[in-house]
Each structure stands twice: as structure tokens, then as C-alpha cells.
Design a protein around this ligand. Sequence first.
Ligand code: BMA
Length: 373
Amino acid sequence: MKHFLCGGITALAIALTSCGNANKQAGAAEACADSCATPARALINRLHAVVADSLILFGHHDDTAYGHEWKYEAGRSDVLETAGSYPALMNWDLGLIELGDSVQLDGVPFDFIRREVAAQDARGGINSLSWHLRNPKSGGDAWDVSMEPVHEIVVPGTAMNDTLRAWIGRAADFIGSLKDEHGRRIPVLFRPWHEHHGNWFWWGRKFSTPEEHKALWKLTRDVFDEHDIDNVVWVYSYDLADDSGETEARYPGHDMVDVVGTDIYHFGGEPATDHFRATVHRQLKALQDLTAGTDKIMAFTETGLESVTIPTWYTEVLLPLIKEYPVAYVCVWRNAWDKPEHYYAPYKGHPAADDFRKFAQDPRVLMAGELPE
Ligand code: BMA
């Protein structure tokens, strides 16, 4: 038990006697009565409370679906088996929802995701969604950059625009169907059009102008509104901060997003550690500039060192970096069951497992069950 007694509104009585910031918590509870009008707003408030207390949620992609060399074993999680708790945040990917498929691009059934989102919500955790959607023009996957659909997508009346509207509508309906045991919609973070400064997805920067990129966001928001979706907290994430001006030029605008984040992986192992550190500093500083004076929440939306080849990576590389910035959460990518080297959280018995447990026990890192309500 670390912080949640101080941060949780339900634990307010205890907080009043034990926390220096009790008045702030009482204020937050009153404010919530006015502003928790939608599920999304309630989640935004929770994230603000996390940042205000200088805490950071730990997240993992596909956490309970599968892990290193196992899949679909009820309740199982590599993070639970190493850190002792489920991650505070679980990310799920909607790739293939656009085609109406029942199973997403890495083989996870959407019904399973729906159940796991509810289970994570019930244990006090948070869910986020990414979307590796297919290329509507070529028919290929998200990485197929052989054709450039965005130019047409943003023009109303084109076949591409119609297709994308239908695809976004399917994503919206799925998100709207995420409900708790009382039938209430569960708020989720949704992060479409991620890593758009790179050129590996068909929505990357080579394949659209900044204006077209912003129009893609507007289209997405419009379709969600048309479907009456009120449980989405909108997350913008990019993967490059340089002097090109692209970050500002492609930013969809403060009215379009609630959270701004960045994706940065530690490629190249130990020799590349300084490079990783420098990149994280550069991009998180750029995020701070972008959000200065606004109510936007910052996040480290994707990161990781594949196979965690540095046994102290979590406490000596990642933790000192994220402690320097007001990020609400940090999320590492998946532990694939069928690719032995493709994992980002240590599994039981892994050389980095003890260090990962220390990371999870750090007073500033939150796991499921430790979050402010
Ligand atoms: C990538 C890899 C792929 C996966 C894709 C979408 O980073 O993990 O194996 O298919 O994400 O989840």
C-alpha cells in the first residue's frame, strides 16, 4: 500500500488524518461532483489527481491476454507474476475492428478484450486502446505504405472518406459497448493515428500534409460524436521532436485531445542507453512545451527495451527518466506468446524480474489497486 489511501476519494476519511494534501483531495471530490458529467471526464479527473500527487501509472499492452510462452490462461499476467500486482493500465489494440472481424490483429478476440476491460476497471485499473487499422486503399495492413489514402480520406464524398467513416464508426461502437457490471460505460484512453511523424504507417508524415493529418483527427472526433460516444479520453502521441516544426504543425489542437504523449523505444541495447536517454529528454521536454499553460495531461504512451537485456533497465534507465517529468503513465509493449524475443516486461525467472519488482514498488509508481478513484 503506497499512495492510494491519500489519493482516493473513497478513502477520504483516512486521507484527512494521514495526508498532507487532504484539503486538495476534498477539493477534488467537490469538483468532481460538478465535472464528472461523463465517464471520460471522470477519467480525466483521475489522471489529473495522479499527476498532482507526482505519481505514475505503469501500463502493459495485452497484459492478461497472453505472455512469454503462454496464452489465454484465466487471471494470468507476466506482470502479476513478477511485480505482484496487475499493471495500473492495460492497453489493447483494435486493429481489424474496422473490418468487423471478431479477432484483432494479434489474435485476441474482441469479446475477450471487452471482458478484460471490465475486469481491469473492476480492480480499479485503467484501460487504453490503440488502433493499427488497415490501409483502406491498398487493403494491406497498417504498415503497408504502398498507397496513400489520407489525401482522399479527408475529402467528403470520396470512396475513401466513406470507408473511413464506416471504419471509425465500428471502432466507436465497440468502445461505446465497453460497460461495467452495472451497465455503465467504462472510460478508456483512445490513441488513434499514433507515431504519425514516422513513415512506417500509412498515416505517417510522408503520406499526408499537416492539414490533412489534422483533418483525419477532426473526422475521427466527428464520427465518434455522431455515435454518441462519451467514454473516450483522447490521446495524441507522436514519435519525433526535432527542429522541423512538424510537431506543432501536425498537432490536432488542444480542443481535440486530452492527453499528449510520445512513443520512444530503447533500440540497440546497452550501447544505445545514452541515446535513448537523450531522446526521451528531448521529446518529453517538447511535450512540456506543447502543453505549457494548458490542462493537457502528459504521458509516455509506448516504450520498452525488447527482451529487457539490461537487468536493471526498469530502475536505472526508465525510472529516473520518468521521474523528471509530470507523466501520468508509462506503457510498455506486449509480451508475445509466440515470439520468444518479443517481450518488454520481464516474466517470472527472467534476470530483470527482481529489478522490475523494485520498480513497481517505488513510491511513485502505481499498479492496479493503488490508483486514486
Ligand atoms: C508491433 C509488434 C507486432 C504486432 C504489432 C501490433 O509492435 O508487437 O508483433 O503485431 O505491434 O500489435
